[in-house]
Design a protein around this ligand. Structure first.
Ligand SMILES: [Zn+2]
Length: 222
């Protein structure tokens, strides 16, 4: 993807987050990979309607140095860490969508309960542990560690904060972010009206076979 295309993609992701009510104000951020050495990260501190695609800086993955545009998001370390750790990831979407954020505050994992779990592709959407404040290297480290606990999964919840979704393309990563919010809402409703029935692992695998993916499972049962 060329830098212009990547900047437009980042801008579209931010615009969609606001339109879909996954964030308020200048919250939420995104990154899109240009190539193996550079990414575009969303500009920080301003609501998307005060930004243009050219405001989103190009960032060197090795050094973290930004060129062009405005200063990067305060979550630069988070985007750099995920992009460095997972070369197959083409885009990272971080929102504060309310139901998923609520589960992150309760620090409860989200189980495989419905068709939308196809997007996150994991047996569970795990919460980062320990808690780390926004914008810190500790949060970046906890996030990578959480995604690694369930290799192949495309989402996690940042404790007391909100969801993070990844994908090979911006479109996929964004859809996963929407699906995480959907799962959180559906699970909340199920808990309110009755018992949450988790789809058994064998049936999760059957769903994976039908839709062409392998269900990621936790490898370190701590
Ligand atoms: Zn955030």
């Amino acid at each position: 993807m060329d830098p212009t295309e990547a900047r437009s993609a980042v801008h579209d992701l931010l615009s969609r987050m606001v339109a879909d009510r996954l964030v308020v104000g200048s919250a939420g951020n995104a990154s899109v990979r240009i190539d193996e050495t550079t990414i575009v990260v969303s500009a920080g501190g301003r609501a998307v309607h005060h930004l243009s695609p050219d405001d989103h800086p190009v960032v060197d993955l090795a050094t973290g140095g930004a060129t062009g545009g405005l200063a990067p998001t305060s979550e630069l370390a988070l985007h750099l860490a995920v992009m460095r750790a997972f070369p197959e990831v083409g885009a990272v979407v971080h929102t504060h969508s309310p139901y998923a954020a609520g589960w992150s505050v309760a620090r409860l994992d989200l189980d495989f309960v419905c068709n939308e779990n196809i997007g996150p592709a994991g047996e569970r959407i795990l919460v980062t542990d320990p808690y780390a404040p926004p914008g810190t290297a500790a949060l970046a480290e906890a996030t990578v560690a959480t995604l690694r606990r369930q290799p192949g999964s495309r989402a996690c919840l940042l404790a007391n904060h909100g969801p993070l979704a990844v994908g090979p393309t911006p479109e996929v990563a964004y859809t996963v972010a929407q699906q995480v919010e959907w799962i959180a809402q559906v699970t909340f409703v199920a808990r309110s009206v009755g018992h949450v029935h988790v789809i058994p692992p064998a049936d999760q695998d059957a769903i994976g076979t039908t839709y062409g993916f392998t269900v990621a499972r936790v490898t370190d049962h701590r």
